[in-house]
Unconditional design. Structure first.
Length: 186
């Protein structure tokens, strides 16, 4: 299941790359790419419902940015694997700079991000307990997030760390086969 980031959507570049690869293998029925609510508690409830519906089949999360933050919380809650691509760390302090009116450029949805939403994010900031469940993918050129914070929060996990790059994770498609192997689909 792909978890998109803040002001993104289920049709982000990374999600579409994974979908196209699975489509070429006739495996799209095993790929979930929900449009998550901009409200943290609602996004977690949406993802939790889908996880619970598919948990017996086996599920791996792939989260980007804020979706990576959510993936960390959900991985611990459900004891499932998570690939975190340039994940937001301490999302409640990171997104405080975005308080106020927002427009999602993918969906054109308009909403107001409030301090209450930061409190919701803070409640989801869970310590990592099981390093073997995680794969952390970082590009040091991320212009939005400091990759070193993710390294500090997620020590001793499987790590792909690349110099340069950016927040979108340049050439993400190079890693899709490895991600699918990590998810036990290959």
């Amino acid at each position: 299941m792909y978890l998109h980031g803040f002001n993104s959507s289920e049709h982000s570049f990374k999600s579409n790359c994974i979908h196209k690869t699975l489509e070429s293998m006739s495996l799209t029925d095993c790929y979930l790419m929900p449009r998550l609510s901009w409200e943290p508690n609602k996004a977690i409830a949406q993802a939790s419902t889908l996880i619970e519906q598919h948990l017996s089949e086996g599920i791996t999360l792939i989260g980007s940015s804020l979706g990576g933050f959510y993936a960390g919380y959900l991985s611990e809650k459900y004891s499932i694997n998570a690939v975190m691509v340039n994940p937001a760390v301490s999302a409640h302090t990171l997104l405080v700079n975005y308080l106020g009116e927002q427009t999602n450029p993918y969906t054109n949805e308009e909403y107001v991000l409030t301090q209450e939403h930061m409190l919701q994010l803070r409640s989801l900031d869970t310590p990592m307990m099981t390093p073997e469940r995680y794969w952390l993918m970082l590009q040091e050129g991320d212009e939005v997030l400091d990759y070193r914070k993710a390294l500090k929060k997620y020590p001793n996990v499987r790590l792909t760390q690349e110099p340069l790059g950016n927040h979108s994770f340049v050439h993400f498609e190079r890693h899709i086969d490895d991600i699918l192997t990590f998810a036990n689909l290959l």
